[in-house]
Design a protein around this ligand. Structure first.
Ligand code: URA
Length: 450
């Protein structure tokens, strides 16, 4: 019997080295046990020297390697043995992974799917709290992952929250970002489960020392447009307000690239592509619609179909140049019901709107417009982050944060759907009148700035 002890739960390299040596030594799966250091086996007498791998090679499909790297993050203790059994069988049956109803293949795919799902849950449910004081300001979140996804998800947080030092504390491992690199430290035991002030105590006791605040601050200020307003102190730089840190301006191009891979909800699965917002970085007005339609989904651009034509006409009549405004949607993937060749538009639900809201928030932080125009109920829900009736709120300027105004109006598709021509003409005119409020605000701001 061969007892393989891996260094940690996510030790893919250790598994690969051992599995390669075992296969090349012709050790069948039922003659191998797998465990992880600190889980009992290493103390037993039967720990062995690692097998030497004889010279020789064998090929496995690249997709097996990708699958194994993901499935090994599953919490099922059988995963190492299952992966080895698959590897062993793949040597003889190179196309095994295509046999969907093979029990081993089905199980490994289910494990990988569960891991991806959990990583997505982590990306969308983590909420950071600011702790530490003054020069040691730090953002911390507590999370209990169902699988070993912390290291998998950490790069997402490093990229999204690049400008703030953060820690994600979990019972398995903790991930930390100091503005420069991600580091991993052991998990916190259940007895230390942070609650209320405990979070801060744990931070002070375990983590404060591993950061270099000067380095974090230097990087933060380098990236922030507000840097000139931040005064240096003798040992570091005063961090900006949390709201500024959380949504430090990122370029729209960078956001667009990141959003192209968005998996924050399931809508990406059937849509052709992410339809990100479009317009100049310097736009003073952001127009928000509901979600891309069929034409937008294919073109990868917002408002290019019938609703887009209606919008263009109304903007023109209101005296707003579409080329100067930024046009986006609350939800950035097309949600539809396939009926033969036709794709029927489906209204996005609240979880989908919430999952997508990060993109709207980041578009706004990037552009810093004077005015956001929410067209329709979904857009209004996104802009105000709560259900907001159109009738009660339309046609007047409403304050958002940081001096930004909001204007609520109907969605141009609503006008297209009205069956009665008189009603259509009347409602269209009201839509134009709403847009004229936006035009008037722009004129006033331009005048004030002159
Ligand atoms: N409707 C929307 O809300 N957005 C588009 O991009 C197109 C139609």
């Amino acid at each position: 019997m061969h007892h393989i002890i891996l260094d940690c739960e996510t030790d893919f390299d250790g598994w690969r080295t051992a599995a390669r040596a075992l296969v090349l030594n012709d050790v069948p799966p039922d003659k191998v046990t797998w465990s992880v250091r600190n889980h009992g086996h290493e103390l037993s007498d039967d720990a062995q020297a690692p097998l030497e791998a004889p010279h020789g090679t064998f090929n496995v499909p690249a997709k097996f390697v990708e699958l194994a790297k993901t499935a090994i993050l599953h919490r099922d203790a059988e995963r190492f043995a299952l992966l080895y059994r698959l590897l062993w069988r793949l040597r003889r049956d190179h196309d095994l992974l295509d046999v969907a109803d093979d029990p081993d293949v089905a199980r490994i795919h289910a494990m990988a799917k569960a891991v991806h799902h959990e990583a997505r849950r982590m990306r969308t449910s983590i909420r950071f709290r600011e702790i530490g004081r003054e020069h040691n300001s730090h953002f911390v979140a507590w999370f209990e992952p169902q699988h070993h996804v912390v290291e998998l998800a950490a790069p997402f947080f490093a990229s999204r929250f690049a400008d703030m030092p953060w820690s994600i504390l979990t019972p398995d491992v903790c991930a930390h970002w100091d503005g420069h690199a991600v580091s991993i430290t052991p998990g916190i035991s259940e007895a230390e489960t942070p609650a209320g002030n405990r979070l801060e105590e744990i931070w002070q006791r375990h983590y404060a020392a591993i950061f270099n605040p000067a380095r974090c601050a230097a990087k933060k200020t380098r990236n922030l447009p507000e840097a000139s307003t931040i005064k240096p102190t003798s040992e570091s730089v005063t961090p900006p307000e949390p709201a500024m840190v959380r949504h430090a301006a990122e370029s729209l191009n960078r956001l667009r690239e990141e959003a192209a891979d968005c998996r924050a909800c399931h809508l990406y699965e059937h849509a052709t592509q992410t339809v990100f917002g479009e317009g100049p970085q310097s736009a003073q007005v952001v127009l928000v619609g509901e979600q891309p339609g069929d034409k937008e989904d294919l073109a990868g651009k917002p408002f290019v179909g019938p609703a887009g034509l209606m919008l263009n006409r109304a903007l023109d009549e209101a005296g707003i140049d579409r080329k100067k405004v930024y046009v986006t949607n609350a939800v950035k993937h097309f949600k539809f019901l396939a009926r033969g060749k036709i794709r029927l538009h489906q209204k996005p639900n609240t979880p989908e709107i919430k999952a997508c809201r990060q993109w709207y928030e980041r578009e706004l932080a990037s552009i810093k417009p004077d005015l956001v125009v929410a067209m329709g109920a979904t857009a209004a829900q996104c802009v105000f982050n709560k259900l907001t009736p159109i009738g009660k709120n339309r046609g007047r300027l409403i304050d958002l944060d940081e001096g930004v105004k909001a204007l609520v109006t109907v969605h141009p598709s609503y006008l297209l759907r009205l069956p009665d021509e008189d009603a259509k003409a009347r409602e269209y005119q009201r839509f134009v009148e709403d847009l004229k409020i936006a035009a008037e605000l722009l004129r006033k701001r331009a005048h004030a700035a002159a």
